[in-house]
Design a protein around this ligand. Structure first.
Ligand SMILES: Nc1ncnc2c1ncn2[C@@H]1O[C@H](COP(=O)(O)OP(=O)(O)O)[C@@H](O)[C@H]1O
Ligand SMILES: [Mg+2]
Length: 282
């Protein structure tokens, strides 16, 4: 038994499957804990979760150890996660602003985190051939980078905690804001959006998120550029992960996520100027 072995309570409790995520199979709740499979990303995520605990960041689960089945054990964060079908509040602007504030709080809490020596951030695969370069801005912190509605726990009508840090990686802050917009504005062809988010004013929602985060003027001016570049890269990286990892990733690719990304790119080309104007207006 090593220091990270989770000591189970004496009474055994049932395993309740937690659905909602797209990719990780076997996420279960056991009592007031969650068990998730580990992977190549785990050393970074665990160092990150320990840092968040050390600095007293309340908006993330705590890491409790590894169980006898080799799964990570996290605290269960109580509250409300959007799930599917999406709840009516998914389009609510107060909730949207609270997401921007939580992303900011997380980014400020993680800003002092240094990736430990020997820990490789990212998905651990080399970039696929043909993948366009990343935005030319230096990383500022280890971003969460997966702000889907399924990864945010709400309490009292406000975004209160983040879960699922599997995609965390070093990024500039503008990428964090861009990622939150991707799911919450949302950025993409309305045909691909949840019905509840189809008629919303996307540029206005981008502005609400950017303001709530406290996005700098420089980052506002870079945001659309970053969104386009990230979208172009996403097509290549999703294809690669689907091929290399299979499972939920392959299912998403078969279901047409690649075409959805292409439609998002075209939509961004058509709407980027309007979003840029909304973000940079006084
Ligand atoms: N620590 C946690 N506290 C509360 N709910 C959780 C926790 N971890 C996961 N969940 C729930 O389980 C769902 C799937 O887990 P997640 O870790 O996001 O897996 P995936 O990698 O498949 O997205 C989440 O959308 C959330 O509803
Ligand atoms: Mg998830």
């Amino acid at each position: 038994m090593n220091a990270f072995t989770y000591a189970e309570p004496s009474e055994s409790q049932p395993e309740i499957p937690l659905l909602g995520g797209d990719v990780t199979e076997g996420v279960v709740q056991v009592g007031d804990t969650v068990r998730r499979p580990v992977g190549p990303h785990t050393p970074l995520v665990h160092a990150l979760l320990r840092h968040l605990e050390e600095v007293g960041f309340a908006g993330a689960p705590r890491l409790l150890g590894i169980d006898a089945a080799g799964r990570e054990v996290l605290t269960f964060v109580s509250g409300e996660v959007a799930g599917r079908p999406r709840p009516g509040w998914i389009a609510d602007e107060e909730r949207l602003a609270s997401v921007g504030r939580l992303v900011r709080d997380y980014d400020d809490a993680v800003a002092g985190f240094v990736v430990p020596a020997g820990v490789r951030p990212g998905q651990g695969v080399s970039p696929p051939p043909g993948m366009p370069p990343a935005p030319p801005y230096p990383a500022e912190l280890v971003g969460h980078m997966d702000y889907t509605p399924d990864n945010i726990v709400f309490r009292d009508g406000r975004a209160a905690a983040l879960i699922d840090f599997d995609l965390a990686k070093p990024v500039p802050r503008v990428d964090e804001v861009c990622n939150a917009m991707l799911y919450w504005a949302p950025l993409g062809d309305p045909a691909d959006a949840d019905p509840l988010l189809r008629g919303v004013d996307v540029p206005r929602r981008c502005r609400i998120l950017a303001d709530a985060y406290g996005t700098s003027d420089v980052d506002r001016s870079r945001l659309v550029e970053v969104a386009v570049l990230r979208t172009r890269r996403a097509w290549f990286s999703m294809k690669q992960i689907a091929e290399e990892r299979g499972g939920g990733w392959a299912r998403m690719w078969e279901e047409g996520v690649g075409d959805e990304i292409k439609r998002r790119e075209a939509w961004l080309e058509r709407n980027g100027a309007t979003i840029h104007a909304a973000l940079t207006a006084p």
